[in-house]
Design a binder for this molecule. Structure first.
Ligand code: SAM
Length: 363
C-alpha cells in the first residue's frame, strides 16, 4: 500500500463549511499528487446512457442497438454516490459536477442532487447536460439544490445540430430547455460547444452573436481524442486560436484573467462590453499541470485522468463493507501516487490502445 500520501505542512487546510467559513475541530489535511496537484474537483457520471449519439462522442456505429450499457445493479445507488462524495469532500474536493452519459436520464436525479447539496463543505454543485430534458426538469433540479448548469450546444443551425447529435433532435427544444433553466433560477448558465472541422465551425460566429449580451457564457471546446471510438484525427481539431480569430474579426475580444488557478477555460471578453466567452484548448494548450479533477464512473470506478484506462474500483470497497476511513485511505494513496498528464504527452500520432470512453467516465 502507498503510505506516503504526499502531505506537506503548507497543504494542511481547515475544512470549509457550505457557507465558506472554517469548521472548528475538523481539520483536513489536503492531498497533493506526485506533481503537487491538489484534489479539488469531482465529476460524477450518474449514467453511461445518453439519448444523443453525438458523432464525436457516442457514434452510432459503436453505441448502436447491440451496445451493452451498464446493468442497473452495477450502478452506484444514490446512497453510495453520496457517501463517496462526502469522503471526497473531506479530502479537499470543493466542486462536484454531475455528468454522464446524459445525467437527466437517471431516474430520481433530483433526490441525488438534494443529497449532494447537503454535504458539509461542498462549495459548488453543478451539472453538464445536453439540455434535452430541461423543460421538464429544470424547476425540480433547482428546488433540489442545484445552483447552476452547463448545457452542451454545438450549433444553432438546426440541420447542423441534428446531424451532430445524430438522433435528429431539434435545436429549438434545447433552447427552450436553456430558457427553462434560467427561469428556474439556475445561474450562471454556461454553453459548451465542441468545434469539429467540417461539421460546425462555420456556425461558431452565429452562436457567439446569439449569446452576446445575454449573460450566458459560451465556451468553445477543442475536439479531443477521448475514448477509442470517435476516429479522432488532429486535422479535425479546430484550434482555440482559430475560433478566437473568427469571433474577434467580427466582435473584437480581449483576454480576461483567470478566475482561479487551474481554470480550464481561457476567458475572453467582448471589447464593447457585451459579455465574455471561453475557449478550452485541451489539445493545443493542454492544462494537465493545473488538473485537480478526479472522476467517478456510474459504476463506481475512480479515474484520475480523462484519458485513463482502468480506474480504481470504489464500488467493490463500498459493497465489501469497508469503513469510511478505509475508503479514505485508499483514495488518498491513489491520488498521492497520481502522475497522469496525458494531454501534455499526446502527439498527433498518439493512439493508445484503450482509453476509457467519455460517455462512461463522464465529460
Ligand atoms: N450528456 C451531457 C452533455 O451532453 O453535456 C454530459 C456528458 S458529455 C460527455 C460532456 C461534454 O463533453 C459535452 O459538452 C460534450 O460536448 C463534451 N465532449 C464529448 N466528446 C468530446 C470530444 N471528443 N471532445 C471534446 N468534448 C467532448
Amino acid at each position: 500500500m502507498v503510505r506516503d500520501i504526499g502531505l506537506t505542512s503548507d497543504d494542511r487546510t481547515t475544512a470549509p463549511t457550505s457557507d465558506g467559513t472554517a469548521q472548528a475541530g475538523a481539520r483536513v489535511e489536503s492531498l497533493v499528487d506526485s506533481l503537487r496537484r491538489p484534489l479539488r474537483d469531482l465529476r460524477i457520471s450518474v449514467t453511461d446512457r445518453c439519448n444523443f449519439r453525438c458523432t464525436y462522442c457516442m457514434p452510432k456505429e459503436v453505441f448502436g442497438r447491440g451496445y451493452q450499457f451498464l446493468d442497473r445493479e452495477k450502478l452506484l445507488t444514490f446512497e453510495e454516490t453520496a457517501r463517496l462524495a462526502r469522503i471526497f469532500v473531506q479530502q479537499g474536493v470543493q466542486k462536484i459536477r454531475l455528468t454522464g452519459g446524459e445525467p437527466t436520464l437517471r431516474r430520481g436525479l433530483p433526490k441525488l442532487i438534494g443529497m449532494l447539496a447537503a454535504i458539509d463543505g461542498l462549495k459548488d454543485l453543478t451539472m453538464t447536460t445536453n439540455g434535452s430534458r430541461l423543460v421538464d426538469l429544470a424547476g425540480e433540479l433547482r428546488e433540489a439544490g442545484l445552483k447552476r448548469i452547463t448545457v452542451s450546444l454545438d450549433s444553432l443551425d438546426d440541420t447542423v445540430f441534428r446531424s451532430m447529435n445524430d438522433v435528429d433532435f431539434p435545436v429549438d427544444q434545447v433552447l427552450l430547455g436553456i430558457e427553462a433553466a434560467r427561469e428556474a433560477g439556475l445561474w450562471p448558465i454556461k454553453i459548451n460547444t465542441v468545434v469539429k472541422r467540417g461539421a460546425n465551425e462555420h456556425t461558431v460566429v452565429d452562436l457567439a452573436r446569439h449569446f452576446r449580451g445575454t449573460g450566458y457564457i459560451v465556451r468553445f471546446i477543442e475536439y479531443m481524442d477521448v475514448g477509442n471510438s470517435n476516429g479522432w484525427r488532429m486535422d479535425d481539431v479546430v484550434t482555440a486560436a482559430e475560433v478566437l480569430a473568427m469571433i474577434d474579426r467580427e466582435f473584437p475580444l480581449e483576454p480576461v484573467a483567470p478566475d482561479y488557478p487551474g481554470e480550464v477555460a481561457q476567458r475572453w471578453r467582448y471589447k464593447d462590453g457585451a459579455g465574455e466567452i471561453g475557449v478550452i484548448a485541451s489539445v493545443t494548450q493542454p492544462f494537465c499541470g493545473g488538473c485537480t479533477r478526479a472522476r467517478l464512473s456510474a459504476d463506481g470506478r475512480m479515474y484520475t485522468c480523462l484519458f485513463g484506462k482502468m480506474g480504481y474500483d470504489l464500488r467493490k470497497l463500498l459493497r465489501s463493507g469497508k469503513s469510511d476511513e478505509e475508503i479514505e485511505e485508499f483514495l488518498r494513496s491513489r491520488w498521492s501516487a497520481r502522475k497522469d498528464r496525458y494531454s501534455e504527452l499526446r502527439s498527433a500520432r498518439t493512439a493508445p490502445a484503450s482509453k476509457v470512453e467519455m460517455s462512461y467516465v463522464g465529460g
